[in-house]
Design a protein around this ligand. Structure first.
Ligand SMILES: NC(=O)c1ccc[n+]([C@@H]2O[C@H](COP(=O)([O-])OP(=O)(O)OC[C@H]3O[C@@H](n4cnc5c(N)ncnc54)[C@H](O)[C@@H]3O)[C@@H](O)[C@H]2O)c1
Length: 413
């Protein structure tokens, strides 16, 4: 039995699904191409993804290819309840609602795993990890393989594999060029700014925005914030990324110093306690904090909680903490701001990521028994095909190398 907030939201969810489908031709084309073959016929497919309109297009596609689908959320605060209601009405086992407690969040993941999915598609690896810590070895249930959507999840899976513990092959969808170059950078860049604006309605022009981390996500946020007129400071721990940020025209400073100038601080590192008590003590009155990294560990919210003399909700997804008489504003409780305070990435960019997901799930099923228990890159032919489909969908044409150029590329002198 699905567990969702309100089945009456089905119609609104259907409209959201239709809207997203229209803007995801890259994914829809991949589904259409495989629909007759039904390569997932009879396969149980489990998903732990943010339950958004874009996810609905992916899981409905997987169902159209023949799979029996179960879905839970990849974060307790990011489910779009109308989308969950629509998917439940379509025969998908959905266990997700907005504002789950942490216990409820894990119980939903357990519900999906209890359906014994053959493939596990995760965002952040909570489901992969729960399989390994609670389900593995307790029955004869063993998935044939999985996929992983995000940087943090891939890091966790690689750690499991390094200890020789990974129980099945996993494809790191995040690492496909057609995923992280676009989703992490342009998707998160735009949707994080969207979340910040919805939560605060602040003017970015002329403000000092500090972006922690200049990886794919940080680059996107820094560039979009600059595009809206903010003066952006980047903080980094990697000398190469710091140099890149400098040459891209951003100021680069350590957080100790940058935090003093900030009107807005956005974390995008995947690391823990990047914004800590010493920073919060040094910040200006009225500073806004947001996190775009996968987990709510980048800003030390626990310190804020236990040291604020006052705390109140001032707007949707915005809390004000009073520290030493000054206000510090926190968006979305320090959770992934673009998905809690906004709708996540635009469908056009999720189409790239989810086309990789769909084709990788099919690949896992077709390669059953032939892959080792390790973290694989997305096969190059899938990555390339997604790019070709994307260019076609966007009606962008490119050149082909001439015979002479192909020969020239083979010469070494
Ligand atoms: N919000 C979203 O929708 C979304 C989308 C994609 C990825 N993510 C998540 O965002 C996070 C970053 O992803 P990414 O793809 O940019 O990773 P990345 O590895 O490309 O970049 C992370 C950067 O942070 C830097 N860093 C690490 N510790 C730091 C610190 N203490 N101070 C400053 N910089 C530090 C690293 O040197 C690196 O350059 C991950 O948790 C990922 O899962 C979120």
């Amino acid at each position: 039995m699905p567990r969702i907030a309100d089945p009456r939201l089905e119609e609104k969810g259907r409209l959201a699904y239709e809207w997203a489908s229209k803007h995801m031709p890259i994914l829809v084309k991949s589904i259409d191409r495989l629909k007759d073959e039904r390569p997932l016929h009879g396969v149980k497919a489990g998903f732990c993804l943010h339950v958004t309109k874009e996810t609905s297009v992916l899981v409905m596609g997987v169902k159209m290819l023949g799979a029996d689908v179960s879905l839970c959320a990849a974060n307790p605060l990011t489910t779009q309840d109308d989308v969950a209601a629509f998917l439940a009405s379509q025969g998908i086992d959905v266990y997700a609602w907005r504002n789950e407690s942490m216990d409820e969040y894990y119980s939903c993941i357990r519900s999906v795993l209890s359906n014994r999915p053959a493939t596990i598609t995760d965002d952040g690896s909570d489901m992969h990890v729960l399989y390994h810590t609670e389900f593995m070895g307790k029955s004869n249930y063993k998935p044939i393989g999985g996929t992983e959507e995000t940087t943090t999840g891939v890091i966790r899976l690689k750690a499991l594999a390094a200890e020789g513990q990974l129980a099945y092959p996993v494809i790191a969808v995040n690492n496909a060029y057609t995923k992280h170059l676009f989703d992490n950078r342009y998707g998160t860049g735009q949707s994080t700014i969207d979340g910040i604006l919805r939560a605060t309605s602040m003017l970015l022009a002329g403000k000092v925005a500090v972006v922690a981390g200049y990886g794919w996500v940080g680059k996107g946020i820094a560039n979009r914030a600059r595009g809206m007129g903010a003066r952006v400071i980047v903080t980094e721990i990697d000398p190469i990324k710091a140099l890149e940020a400098h040459m891209d025209g951003f100021a680069v400073l350590p957080m100790d110093e940058a935090c003093r100038y900030a009107d807005l601080i956005v974390t995008a590192t995947g690391q823990i306690n990047v914004v800590r008590q010493e920073h919060m003590k040094a910040m200006k009155d009225g500073v806004v904090l947001a996190n775009a990294g996968h987990f709510d560990v980048e800003i030390d919210v626990r310190w804020l909680e236990s040291n604020a003399s006052k705390k109140r909700v001032v707007r949707d997804n915005l809390e004000e903490y009073t520290i030493d008489g000054k206000s510090i504003y926190l968006i979305a409780k320090g959770r992934i701001a673009n998905l809690v305070a906004a709708e996540g990435h635009p469908p056009e960019v999720m189409a790239l990521s989810f086309a990789n997901q769909l084709l990788s799930i099919v690949y896992i099923v077709k390669s059953h028994g032939m892959l080792e228990k390790r973290v694989y890159s997305v096969p190059e032919e899938i990555d390339r095909q997604v790019a070709i489909n994307a260019l076609e969908a966007m009606k962008i044409r490119i050149d082909e190398p001439t015979e002479e150029q192909l020969e020239y590329a083979k010469r070494y002198r």
